[in-house]
Design a protein around this ligand. Structure first.
Ligand code: ADP
Length: 196
């Protein structure tokens, strides 16, 4: 199972990724979580990423790509993985293609979690109260949504041309969305069966 989870900030990618990863016994690779861990540890990479993250901007591709390449090359990714938050730019898609080619692997599905902007903003403001993420202020949230629309949403059309996209409604309760996601993954398994 090699899965890309895509969706705007606040769409619940991280929560769903954790659940699916457990069910399928593969690791989740969340670039946002890895960056936050490096910021918290005060590593040089964390220091260079922090200003971008606090502003709601994407960390430059060369930094993100190298970090993902390193993570995907570890043995626990051999049987599959769930990417949460990568790729987010067209250039990152190209890099991921090359990482997969190196491993003679391919993506099974790109699942997109959809939700409308007002709901996303409300969720993230609530999360800010619970978790205190530095980038969950209203201004930064709006910036992140705008950058997603501009730089990441176009990736959906690109992956659709490869026949990989499953779009699901991310607005329901967590369990309900997990159910939709499970069914979408079942559909992919049968599509692949037909294709061979
Ligand atoms: P969200 O999806 O809610 O915006 P994430 O936790 O996935 O939050 O990411 C937090 C921040 O980490 C992003 O705003 C960005 O600065 C950085 N980041 C995460 N993934 C990437 C990526 N693939 N490319 C560039 N920056 C990234």
């Amino acid at each position: 199972m090699r899965l890309i989870l895509m969706g705007p900030p606040g769409s619940g990618k991280g929560t769903q990724a954790t659940r699916i990863a457990e069910a399928y016994g593969v690791p989740t690779i969340s670039t946002g979580d890895i960056f936050r861990a490096k910021v918290a540890a005060g590593t040089p990479l964390g220091l260079s990423a922090k200003a971008y993250m606090d502003a709601g901007e994407y960390v430059p591709d060369h930094i993100t790509d190298a970090m993902v390449r390193d993570r995907l090359s570890r043995p626990d990714c051999e049987r599959g993985f769930i990417l949460d938050g990568y790729p987010r730019t067209l250039a990152q898609v190209g890099e991921l293609d090359s990482m997969l080619a190196d491993q003679a692997a391919r993506i099974d599905a790109v699942v997109v979690l959809n939700a409308d902007a007002e709901q996303l903003i409300e969720r993230m403001l609530n999360r800010a109260l619970a978790e205190g993420r530095a980038d969950d202020t209203e201004d930064v949230i709006r910036r992140r949504l705008a950058i997603y629309a501009e730089q990441t949403a176009p990736l959906i059309a690109l992956y659709a041309t490869r026949g990989l996209v499953e779009e699901i409604d991310g607005t329901g309760k967590v369990d309900h969305v997990t159910g939709l996601l499970d069914s979408a993954l079942m559909r992919r398994v049968s599509v692949r069966g037909e294709v061979g």
